[in-house]
Write a protein that binds this ligand. Sequence first.
Ligand code: UD1
Length: 414
Amino acid sequence: MEKFVINGGRKLKGSVKVDSAKNAVLPMIAAAVLTEEETVIKNCPPIGDVVKMTEILRSCGAKTAFCDGNLIINARDISINSVSEKLCGSLRTSVLMLGALAGRTGGAAVYRPGGCNIGKRPVDIHLYALKTLGSSVYDESDRIICCGKPSGGDVYLDFPSVGATENALLASVTAKGVSRIFNPAKEPEIEDFVGFLNAMGAKVYGAGSSCIRVEGVKRLHGAEYTPIGDRIEAGTYLIASAITGGEIAVEGVNAENISSLTGKLCDNSCQISVGNGIIYQKSIRERKAFDTETGPYPSFPTDLQAQITSLAAVSEGTSVIRENVFETRFGHVSELVKMGADIAVDGRTETVRGVKKLYGAVVSAKDLRCGAAMVIAGLAAEGQTIVLGAHHVERGYYGMHKKLAELGADIRGV
Ligand code: UD1
């Protein structure tokens, strides 16, 4: 899709169900390479990044198919352990093929990964982890080569990188020895990924704590697994409703996983309650400024920073939002300013002076979450907003415009 056309001003009302979490599904697809048997990832949305990851697997010899909302992978015939520059450049999680292919075949070669343009995004921690787990790693200017089956070891991550934790897990689950990953990422998607690995017969303990222990096993087997719901998708709809003064119910996500967001929504304008696995949001007062800063889980997620900036833009008072994870994740700011927002960025900090109204404009989705933020702003703006670059949004949200339209928004995808 090319763009979203939004006529703002409608309050959202109704209920919406989220899909499986993108950031849990992507490493699971990489992990499917570790077994010769079939794996099934249930309720798997065919969003852009997931489709790209399946293309990577197919380029290595695996078979993949979407069937009745599930993704079926058979990696019995893996015959190639390198990934093309074009495929690696299309998404960040292509780098997970290092750990996955090294675990399966004893070697792997990838090009530097692409993905959202939100900062430098080096892979040094990934490579350190793979080396420490016993593979030889050659970091050439554009290509990374990993030789030798990982044997296991103790890995201390300087930063709890989500991707590096996943690569270390992929490399260690079929290593000969025992591995420990200190200071791993604690995101709920990591715990869920470990749930998937264990369903494949891995022996991984301590996910969610400050040390993950992996007892290497000889072989992994096939598995059928339902990932957790997407907390970022859920958070995006909750913010969208709050900005329109709406009232919605969000189904399919564990509320605890986004308590850092729901707390801010309560400070801002909402009443939030939870029952039977459903999050109920109700706008109960005028929107008020709030402060927040992003960080590794359980801190406020960087993947909701752009969206909550849209909310701050129309909240009375001055909000201060600090981005601690990705140094240049501010692509949404210039676009919100085109709609009448008053935002200044200094280093990693946005100062957002709330305005009474945003006005419809032609804006660009510069990256995935920037696109979501622009859609949210468009829902509240006076007049028509056109969000260009809708394909960025489709990388991470399945049918976002349809779900919002079902909640009463005037939005269409073109
Ligand atoms: C994952 C998520 C992404 C989310 C991010 C942070 C997926 C597919 N993507 O990305 O949506 O925004 O976590 O929650 O799960 N870093 C290094 N060296 C490394 C690795 C990371 O310096 O080797 C830095 C990054 O530049 C960044 C920070 O660590 O500043 C966080 O990155 P990381 O946790 O690795 O994020 P991703 O796995 O890329």
